[in-house]
Design a protein around this ligand. Sequence first.
Ligand code: ATP
Length: 309
Amino acid sequence: MIQLYIPLNFLGVLYREIKQSLTDLEKMFVLMDREREVADAPGATSLLPLPGGDATVRFEHVTFAYEPARVILHDVSFEIPSGKTVAVVGPSGSGKSTLARLLYRFYDVQQGHITIGGRDVRQVQQASVRRAIGIVPQDTVLFNDTVEYNIAYGRPGTTRAEVEEAARAARIHDFIQGTPKGYQTMVGERGLKLSGGEKQRVAIARTLLKDPPILIFDEATSALDSANERAIQAELRSAAQGKTTLVIAHRLSTVIDAHEILVMDAGRVIERGTHAQLLARGGRYAQMWRLQQESGEGAVEAPSGELAM
Ligand code: ATP
């Protein structure tokens, strides 16, 4: 019993941590299948294929609390039209990642609805929701396995040629070729350590292979050097082409082209619009933009003080 309890307990802790950081969600769901907090409704059917390829994501008056005493999202509504990108910005703790967790259906909303292609995510099989969504997390955890395994993980049964094609598109192929054993090089804690940018590229390659209709990008808060940053953004943009995309952004340069930008504060959408509309409005977003221009760093979040988002 104890032998069983300890690893399960450890997995439980790991699961909670991972869930918190949106890291390698799918893997953990495989491992922790029984710990799901949400269940399929009786008779739930698959979300996929999406009729007419409509991957529109809609949050309708969503109110959510992890614990009853503390409401985290208050009446949040927005739409990501199929194939478009919506970016969310706001200070730490304002609820940005919570939106992503709810879309992935880690939790069910207490009020309102989240729909994909017009279907409430509570009414379809949760496994199909997760097949429909690809996530590029802030900090990708690599498995102690080969580079090839780590990339192919997005789609079991993938051929080497497909893995290489995805790696090329994510601009990590040349790097991999330069490692001692190429695609057979072991990575992770017990293998070759990759930089933040390289890990994100592996995550992008994985997502490209999975080819889901919906993407969630949780942009890294830790600054990459600016050349790396721009390259990753270009790769993310090409991965997002034609996909319904939710970007949790920490830098304004990422959000400029978004169909709509949501500015969150304390669980509420306090401003919304395109980059140009928000600048013209002269509100919080415009203030952040000025701050970014002054600092020249492209960071969305002010560290502290009255300008902090
Ligand atoms: P950051 O930019 O720092 O990632 P965020 O805007 O993504 O922040 P969330 O992670 O969505 O913020 O968190 C919103 C609020 O919900 C925070 O106050 C956080 O403490 C709380 N919260 C997050 N996860 C849980 C949880 N599992 N249980 C209870 N409260 C939680």
